[in-house]
Design a protein around this ligand. Sequence first.
Ligand SMILES: *Cc1c(COP(=O)(O)O)cnc(C)c1O
Length: 340
Amino acid sequence: MIVDLRSDTVTQPTSGMLDAMLSAHVGDDVFGEDATVNMLESMTADLFGMEAALYCPTGTMSNQIAIKVHTQPGDEVICDQTAHVYQYEGGGMAFNAGVQPRLLAGNRGRITAEQVALAINPDDVHKAHTSLVCLENTSNRGGGSCYDIQDIQHIRTVCDNNNLSLHLDGARLFNAIVARNESPKQYGALFHSISVCLNKGLGCPIGSILIGNQAFIKKARRIRKVFGGGMRQAGYMAACGVYALKNNIIGLQQDHENAKEIASNLIKTTFTEGILPVETNIIIFEIAQPYQAAQIAAALKEKNILAIPISPTHVRMVLHLGITSEMVAYVIDTILNLQV
Ligand SMILES: *Cc1c(COP(=O)(O)O)cnc(C)c1O
């Protein structure tokens, strides 16, 4: 048995999901004729109370399309310094949209309305034009931290007062919604665009959805084609998204409980110095000296538990639907008895 806690992207499709994919009704989606893609898009738009949605192959593409649509070359985009759009998209905002980031030092990946207000450039020829704010919920590098929805409301007010668009990188938004007992419509009302990953905790092999108003999605559809993301009989893949939205949101709660249970035992070990508050399915723990993150990850790997040393001093574990209660028990037993 291998317990793979490297990421919630490592899930294998379940037989129910595979059945749904194999029996999908498909057509050429570039012609707008794929019934399953159309169903996934309208179902997601409805879920968030927004006008339209666009199926994309990856979360990175969804974010990059959103940034491109919301900005002009030379503009500045405000985000947290740990944001995926800055750290893990290969410099995509500069490459694809010709924009530069304005990085803020948030609290576990979360920035405030006050910080945003101070980071908006004045109307001055020396300065880049600030046009977009990107938030991330949950925050990956923040250890799965969630925003308070009121804090997002304050940021939206600052955006409205300054003519800025507000995009949400919601790769793990359903984890936040479940953890905070919120509804997707609350998010739909606050953002100009939202990207949601299907390939993370929802357990799909591929896919992301970008949501917004009609005018935004019309432009986004064009940019998706330019980026090479106009897919044909994509309904075979979109079907797993439809399946996941119906069946796999409920299970996120269990992932969160599993993460908390593992964390509450990790903290008892001699090699753990501290753990970021576990709010959802991600555990980021700090390694006590003289141990090193890579050494702990290697010792766990010896026991068939895979985790990622995300820095010399921190290891990350991510829970997902492939992790059973037996696996959780095995992980706890192993960490409590780990020889390093
Ligand atoms: C994984 C992730 C993405 C990108 O998703 P891909 O489908 O892997 O391109 C974007 N934002 C965050 C916060 C993520 O964790």
